[in-house]
Structures are given as structure tokens and as C-alpha cells.
Design a protein around this ligand. Structure first.
Ligand code: ADP
Length: 175
């Protein structure tokens, strides 16, 4: 566990659908109607109530976030955000990925969420190189904590050991 100002930053190796926090973040797509990877796992585990709410919301632009309840999952909410598809790294991907984390945190604040868990957004099907994406994720979180001076418990849930070690090494070095 890493302490940064008023906040805690943690890393876990595992499945985000099993985590008991106020909100888990979904790496969704623009339709919000479900997909593969973590999105598929969240909709499978959460049941049809999540999808019903997503249908009502009617989609989400890249870099923004929307919130639903978590259905059958152990968390209270799911924050659905849409990361960029990685093209060449010079097509605005960095800003969009940063915004996906930041807008999720803004929603968390608005809903008085104290514990939030993120997957590694855009680094699966969307092809974002993990090391670059990890640095953007951490920068976004750190900037938010700096700006809001908020007591927030943030967990990065990594799905494989390489990603987990990468996050831990970088956080050890940085915090
Ligand atoms: P994207 O389309 O944004 O790239 P993916 O779901 O394809 O999203 O992948 C994002 C990351 O989430 C990848 O590192 C993938 O291994 C990971 N992932 C997949 N399933 C889960 C899960 N159940 N819990 C946590 N992370 C997951």
C-alpha cells in the first residue's frame, strides 16, 4: 500500500468483479452495451440490472464516464469509462486515457465514493502499451489527489503478474 497525501493507493493482482469497494471502474466501449475483457466480466457478474441502466444512459464518449449501480457485484456502483483505442500514440490517446481516469474520479467524488478500483483501461483489446498507460493512469490519479485534497482509497486491479509488478515497481520508485 502506498500513501499519497490524504489518499491511499493500492495494487491487487486479480479479478475486479470480486473486489468489495464502493465503486469499480469498467473499461467500457462507447455503446455501454457490454463487450469482451473486463467489460464482459462485469456485465456477466453484475447481471441484467447494469445493462438496463446502461441502455437508458445511451452511450458514453471516449474519455468520459457514467455511473450505474453494480447489480449482483459486491461493489455499490460501477463507473463506466471509455478509454481510447491505441493507434500510434500521437492521435490524442494520452489525453483521452488521462481523462478516462480523471472523469471516473470526478464521478466518484460527486457520489461520495471513498473506495474505488480501476482495471488497466485500454491495455487489452484497445492495444495501449502497458507501461505508457500505467504512467498516465498514475499521473491522472496523483493530479486528482493534488487538486481535490481528498481522502480516497484507490486500488489498481491488475489481471496479470507482469502488469502487477510494473505498477508496484513504478509506485515504489515514485511515492
Ligand atoms: P480495453 O478494451 O479498454 O483494452 P480490456 O477489457 O480488453 O479493455 O482490457 C483491459 C485490461 O483489463 C487488460 O489488462 C485485461 O487483461 C484486464 N482484465 C480483463 N478482465 C479483467 C477482470 N475481470 N478484472 C480485472 N482486469 C481484467
Amino acid at each position: 500500500m502506498f500513501k499519497y497525501k490524504d489518499a491511499q493507493i493500492k495494487t491487487i493482482l486479480g479479478d475486479i468483479t470480486k473486489i468489495e469497494v464502493d465503486a469499480i471502474v469498467n473499461a467500457a466501449n462507447n455503446t455501454l452495451l457490454g463487450g469482451g475483457g473486463v467489460d464482459g466480466a462485469i456485465h456477466r457478474g453484475g447481471g441484467k440490472r447494469i445493462l438496463e441502466q446502461c441502455k437508458k444512459i445511451g452511450g458514453c464518449p471516449t474519455g468520459e464516464a457514467r455511473i450505474t449501480t453494480a447489480g449482483d457485484l459486491p461493489s455499490k456502483y460501477v463507473i463506466h469509462t471509455v478509454g481510447p483505442i491505441y493507434k500510434d500514440g500521437i492521435s490524442g490517446e494520452e489525453r483521452l486515457l488521462y481523462n478516462a481516469y480523471y472523469s471516473s474520479l470526478n464521478l466518484a467524488k460527486e457520489y461520495n465514493i471513498k473506495t474505488i478500483a480501476f482495471p488497466s483501461i485500454s491495455t487489452g483489446a484497445y492495444g495501449y502499451p502497458i507501461e505508457k498507460a500505467m504512467k498516465i493512469a498514475i499521473k491522472s490519479v496523483i493530479d486528482f489527489i493534488d487538486k481535490e485534497k481528498i481522502d480516497l482509497d484507490i486500488t489498481f486491479v491488475l489481471f496479470n503478474n507482469d502488469d502487477f509488478l510494473l505498477y508496484n515497481n513504478y509506485l515504489n520508485e515514485k511515492l
